[in-house]
Design a protein around this ligand. Structure first.
Ligand code: ZN
Length: 275
């Protein structure tokens, strides 16, 4: 009886240690493809559109977790992967169409819509820094793919909206906006390491967290930043507060999730009640 219980407890603990939560397979523009790799050999590296892709172990199988850009065309796509014996092969998957809604925003600060020459120089430099941060790759086996909501509040603007600022078309909305009063604490949605922080023209005060294997979260428009570059953060640790720095119409957190340098729907990583 006791031996049975101990065996059960041991199996449960082992199960918990091996359990790595997978997001749902959601092969749409701006979604995440969760692809089981049918190979007898261990896959060492995988790529999508020449970008390194996350590989994780789940239930004794290997999975590629692939971020799909908003601009992806519906239809057949494939990842490339390499086995430990250096053989390279492909795995095909199908992307289904999704139409995102259009949003028109009025920005009072005209410079934030049509920046001047000096602003454009600043924006160009910042773009390189932001791109560099989002391309961070850290090799680690265990990845927390189950995020906590970084701040409590109303989802004021969904991911993927096709946006117009003062009537002019701009890039689609690459994150989820959560409205909350200025000064509300923002918490790390999962363990990670701060890549960098900065104050950018459009994004305002910003924090980037590296969660491993190309999974990066970005927090924008902060009032205060409470962490510094290379700092290791725990799940739930306060990293800053909600503000209205950069291009905003009111206080909110703009939260982006990036996988293989591709911005994807943040809600896919949240508990089901938010999806
Ligand atoms: Zn936003």
């Amino acid at each position: 009886m006791i031996r049975g219980f101990l065996l059960f407890a041991l199996l449960t603990i082992t199960g918990l240690l091996n359990a790595q939560t997978l997001p749902a397979h959601n092969a749409i523009p701006g979604g995440v493809a969760v692809l089981k790799i049918e190979s007898n050999e261990q896959v060492s590296k995988a790529w999508f559109n020449k970008k390194r892709v996350m590989l994780i172990q789940h239930d004794g199988a290997q999975y590629a977790i692939v971020g799909l850009p908003l601009s992806i065309k519906p239809g057949q796509h494939r990842i490339k992967y390499q086995t430990s014996r250096n053989q390279s092969t492909h795995l095909a998957f199908t992307v289904i169409d999704k139409q995102y809604e259009t949003q028109h925003l009025e920005i009072k600060d005209k410079r934030k819509v049509t920046p001047n020459q000096q602003d454009l120089q600043r924006i160009g430099k910042e773009r390189d820094v932001i791109r560099g941060a989002l391309r961070t790759w850290t090799q680690q086996a265990q990845i927390a793919l189950n995020f906590d909501l970084p701040v409590a509040g109303r989802f004021s603007s969904p991911f993927g909206l096709r946006r117009f600022f003062n009537g002019q078309p701009r890039n689609p909305h690459s994150g989820l906006d959560i409205a909350a009063p200025e000064g509300t604490p923002i918490r790390a949605p999962a363990p990670g390491r701060v890549i960098t922080t900065g104050d950018y023209f459009f994004n305002g005060n910003t924090v980037f967290i590296d969660h491993g294997q190309g999974l990066i979260t970005m927090f924008c428009h902060l009032q205060e930043i409470n962490v510094g570059p290379k700092q290791v953060v725990d799940r739930g640790q306060v990293i800053g507060t909600v503000g209205m720095t950069g291009r905003v119409t009111g206080p909110h957190l703009h939260w982006s999730v990036s996988l293989n340098d591709t911005r994807v729907e943040p809600r896919l990583f949240l508990p089901t009640e938010y999806q």
